[in-house]
Ligand binder design. Sequence first.
Ligand SMILES: Cc1cc2nc3c(=O)[nH]c(=O)nc-3n(C[C@H](O)[C@H](O)[C@H](O)COP(=O)(O)O)c2cc1C
Length: 274
Amino acid sequence: LRENNVPELPDGEFHNGMITRSNSTTARLHVAVALRHPNVKVIANALGAPPADLVDEIHHSGRLVAGLCGSVDHARRHAAAGVDIIVAQGGEGGGHTGYIGSMVLWPQVVAAVAPLPVLAAGGVGHGSQIAAALAMGAEGVWNGTLWLSTEESEMTDVQRRAIVAADSRDAIISRSLTGKRNRLLRSAWTEAWEKPEAPDPLPLPLQDLVAGEAVTRLETYPDANPAIHITPSGQVVGQITKVSKVADVMFELAEQYLEATDRLSALNARLQEA
Ligand SMILES: Cc1cc2nc3c(=O)[nH]c(=O)nc-3n(C[C@H](O)[C@H](O)[C@H](O)COP(=O)(O)O)c2cc1C
């Protein structure tokens, strides 16, 4: 941070990293807040199957529980825990991610948890990718990276510019943020952790004691240096070429989906004639 001219926090200010934002105690508080809002229809859980009492509490309030998985084993554990919707996230996805690509993971998870509905995640940024997910048995898709470049997202301008400029190879795996495999955009932060003299990141949740301060300093001084930012992002970042409004992204996805399925319908018609 010093090498990249990111200022220290003002005297007396403490970093608000992920340990303070989301551990198992604060996660329960988040659920309690969510349940006070009638518009919240689904609560999604990741990094392990949700505890039985939380699943019961959410069900009793009339909502559904979704669970993110990166392997068939995870998906089965979610199903056994009473999760209603499985989100199967391929390794190309942004944020915490596993080892298996979406193309291979999605149909395996669909088969393993049927008849539970599966949402396909990881690498969906175009309507044709939605058509592919539905062709493989998913009921719908779940996007992360695609929203980062929207006008409505909470990214800083430095991050938005980095997202638009990045290609798919810039979305690398790094344990520098949480101690677990996380797909982040390459920046001076990830590169520093890859230097031979850099220490190994600490295991989750302890790496937050190191990275939390960086996250807070970069949020406080987002323009200190565009070379350094901490931005979870999937490989689909290479498909993002502009900043758009969420509504426009939704319209584009719908149009692209229709184009893709029209193409397949035309192909089917030709096959049936043959
Ligand atoms: C900036 C960012 C933050 C994320 N944070 C979380 C998170 O806190 N919990 C979670 O379950 N998934 C998280 N994810 C993963 C998304 O829920 C989603 O599964 C993933 O982004 C889908 O792949 P895609 O990035 O290729 O669209 C995050 C993804 C991004 C890009």
